[in-house]
Design a protein around this ligand. Sequence first.
Ligand code: NCD
Length: 300
Amino acid sequence: MADLISIRDLDKPTIEKLLSVSEKMEKNLFTSYDKFPGKVAATLFFEPSTRTHLSFQTAAQRLGMSVVPYYHAASSSTKGESLSDTLKIVDGYADLLVIRHPAEGSARYAAEVCRHPVINAGDGGNQHPTQTLIDLYTIQKAKGKIKGLNVSLIGDLSHARAMRSLLYGLAMFGAKVKLIAPRGLEMDSQIVEEVKEKFDAQVEASEQLDLAGADVAYVCRIQKERFSDPYQAAKMQASFRIMPELLLDAKQDMILLHPLPKIDEIPAEVDASPHAHYFQQASHGVPVRMAVLEHALKEG
Ligand code: NCD
């Protein structure tokens, strides 16, 4: 299957393969330009993005592909063109489509409309499968394994698609997960039940922001664009932060991850801490997305 819409689309052997190809891509980052010359990737971002958009573009170009970017604010969508029409047109131009859209289910819909492979770069609060591959790659690289690690997912677990996808990926690989969210922003209980049932996963929940015992602490921002009440978002944002003092309780080799952008949930002074791994994590976006693009074009 060539589309990548949800992390559920990938089984464990396929993810393992993608992680090992990512490693090769990372080693050969500057010499892979002869893999797909003449192929065109369209990147349709209907929501803001820095890392995901630019790393997909970089990944495609490092594989020798060309990229046609779509700028939502300057597109005919703002004149009222339907998503379906836009997709059909771009599907006629490109060999592969990467899409980010605020509506949950939009990427699945795109895959139904398009002939060419579609990769989900985030559909509302639902899924962000390529971010999960980057996260698993980063954890595996830093820790040498995923199975048995204590991983805390911290922040707005109710709206963050990166967290939803990652919980599934961690459970599949046998990590022990602690979900730490402010009251009202807990992970959807259906997803927790799903991973417990499918993978016999160990998942516990807590409201207490505490890093003790974690091998990996993965933080995300409050997803304020998905709140109906902006004041509520601002209040939550101020209350759930990784202050440097909190790191004193952490295991010495704990790694701190974040999909970025970080706002103030991790203050800038933490960047210098040996725990901070989020910039390395972001740098993995290119090789991992090279592996994803190659997979989609080979299978598609
Ligand atoms: C995330 C996203 O867009 O879901 N960013 C990313 O892709 N690295 C996280 C976020 O916006 O909080």
